[in-house]
Ligand binder design. Structure first.
Ligand code: GAP
Length: 554
């Protein structure tokens, strides 16, 4: 009996008909296929924390590795990219999560890294003040009532209409007549007539209170106030603290980018939308130190380069937007900020959420860590307390760079592309995961779930199958698997029909399936089947590593 790989196993080549998944479907897929689980799930979960399973850990590792390669190790410091003033150097560090507490006073995080929040006495829910909005209506007695929408409701108007109908007994055949358009809670004088989202009584919201987003901990056993420290809310500060160390120990010249990947922690008031806003997450940040007059050129360069990174790795252009911040939105340190935003599936049509921010931080951070917390960055001016003394003292260390090539001395300006590994993972998953129609006729073979993830990011790079469990095929497949495993994360699967094995591989984004059949035994060739085009071709068994290498690296 001939047992070569059936060339029509995928039915028809995928038709154009495919659909993206909702966030709920993505959450369920992630759990089912071992990408992401709720942290401490067996104890009921813990809000704002997530665990990455076998597939998710690989995917996240690949995102970080790809970022590091593209930013640091593959960078050529001898060539100036088109449109930039000069070549530049890149390097990386790995700093502590806990730094000296003065770091956060001087950086502004102790004073300014906070959100106003309100609590609901009745439902015990906590909301970010600036996330609450609602509409005025008359209650059954004709008194004014402000109904607040749940901030996570996909459609605030639909949520409010539904609440009003239920509370005021308005039938579906009648229109709900509101007394105001959607109004921010911040515009109200008091909350006595406010009905909080999901509450049954009005007037249950507290006054807004400031809530610092840093996680506090203690160093040592005594746990006195003097031992307090904080888990870093961003990786950036570890780079500023080490700027002089890196410069002095590495024989680097400016412009110089220092990259870092690591965990950050923010006690977010309303962690939500799956891993989009969590309390523990990973950042991929780079601080690019350059001469002040060149900073705008570099700011533009990094905007384009970071956008290209996402596009090159497969995000669809129509799902990405680049948005420059209004002056009123800028953080205390920023001279300018641009967000790369993605159309996450939990957002309404036409809306986008932050994926990465690129900021021109000027010399704010280096000056602050040298002089003390600044009130004004340009020219630098110290923030003073009520007695006229510096509000928070700096280290006193000199951050002036002696630029021999330019014949100048200056405190460098900093351009910062700040990305989130978790948000990038979410965007790549949302963009790549599709349900595809393979043909008419219904039934389980008429559609497939497929993750069209870029091969560099794919958690598993290849799946190796013996066509049947006899005639020497499993042995040959295992040999190939053992050889390929030395370099790549590949899988071996001999269970079920070849069609089912393809489906399992497609669903987790394996770019290529390699089937060992009788022609492998007789002629030393295998069938390789492409995840995206479904095309199959025969190649030499010995060419498998080179084939996979080309597929991943292009
Ligand atoms: N050093 C600048 C900085 O930290 P940011 O905009 O606050 O800037 C940078 O954070 C990136 O970190 C964001 O674009 C996002 O990708 C990620 N990020 C921030 N907060 C996050 C959270 N609570 N959960 C997941 N990712 C977050």
């Amino acid at each position: 009996m001939r047992s070569s790989t059936p060339m029509t196993q995928d039915a028809a080549v995928a038709t154009a008909a495919s659909r993206r998944l909702s966030l709920e479907e993505i959450v369920s897929y992630c759990r089912r296929r071992g990408f992401i689980y709720q942290a401490s799930e067996i104890y009921g979960g813990i809000n704002g924390f997530w665990d990455f399973g076998p597939m998710g850990a690989e995917l996240k590792r690949n995102i970080k590795q790809t970022w590091w390669e593209d930013m640091v190790t593959r960078h050529n410091p001898l060539v100036a990219p088109a449109g930039t003033p000069s070549p530049f150097e890149m390097t990386g560090i790995d700093s502590s999560i806990i730094q000296h507490p003065q770091t956060w006073r001087v950086s502004g995080h102790s004073d300014l890294f906070s959100d106003m929040m309100v609590d609901c006495h009745e439902t015990k829910k906590r909301y970010r003040f600036d996330h609450l909005a609602g509409r005025w209506i008359k209650d059954r007695e004709g008194n004014p009532l402000f109904i607040a929408a749940a901030p996570d409701a996909p459609d605030a108007d639909a949520f409010l209409d539904q609440r009003a109908r239920k509370l005021l007994g308005i039938s579906k055949s009648r229109e709900v007549v509101w007394d105001s358009p959607l109004t921010d809670l911040a515009e109200l004088d008091d909350f006595a007539n406010v009905l909080a989202p999901h509450a049954s009584e009005k007037g249950t919201l507290t006054e807004p209170r400031e809530f610092n987003l840093m996680f506090k901990t203690y160093i040592g056993a005594m746990q006195t106030a003097a031992d307090a420290a904080f888990l870093r809310p961003e990786t950036a500060q570890g780079i500023f603290l080490n700027f002089r160390n890196v410069l002095d120990s590495g024989r680097f010249a400016l412009p110089l980018g220092i990259a870092q990947i690591g965990k950050s922690f923010r006690n977010e008031i309303t962690p939500r939308h799956f891993i989009f806003r969590s309390r523990e997450f990973e950042q991929m940040e780079m601080e690019f130190f350059c001469p002040p007059e060149t900073s705008h050129q570099w700011y533009k360069y990094w905007q384009q380069r970071r956008l290209d990174w996402y596009l090159d790795l497969g995000l669809r252009r129509e799902n990405i937007r680049v948005r420059e911040h209004e002056a009123s939105e800028l953080s205390h340190y920023a001279l300018g900020t641009t967000d790369i935003e993605y159309a996450y599936p939990f957002m309404a049509d036409g809306e986008f959420g932050e994926l990465e921010g690129i900021a021109n931080r000027g010399a704010f951070d280096l000056n602050s860590h040298s002089m003390g917390r600044l009130a004004k960055a340009d020219p630098p001016e110290l923030a003073l307390d009520e007695n006229g003394a510096p509000l928070h003292r700096g280290s006193g260390k000199n951050m002036v760079y002696n630029d021999v090539a330019r014949g100048e001395k200056y405190v460098p300006y900093v351009i910062e592309p700040a990305a989130g590994a978790d948000r990038a993972l979410l965007a790549f998953l949302c963009d790549a995961l599709e349900i595809e129609k393979l043909g008419e006729g219904g039934g389980e073979d008429s559609e497939r779930a497929v993750l069209h993830i870029h091969p560099r990011l794919a958690p598993v790079k290849a799946a190796i199958f013996p066509l049947v469990k006899k005639e020497g095929m499993p042995e040959a497949a295992r040999d190939l698997f053992g050889a390929m495993k030395r370099k790549w994360n590949v899988t071996y699967d001999e269970k079920g029909s070849i069609g089912r094995r393809y489906r399992r591989a497609d669903e987790v984004g394996v770019p290529v399936c390699i089937t060992i059949d009788d022609e492998t035994i007789s002629q030393g060739t295998v069938t390789v089947r492409d995840r995206d085009t479904l095309e199959q071709q025969r190649i030499k068994l010995d060419d498998c590593p080179a084939y996979l290498d080309k597929l991943i690296e292009g």
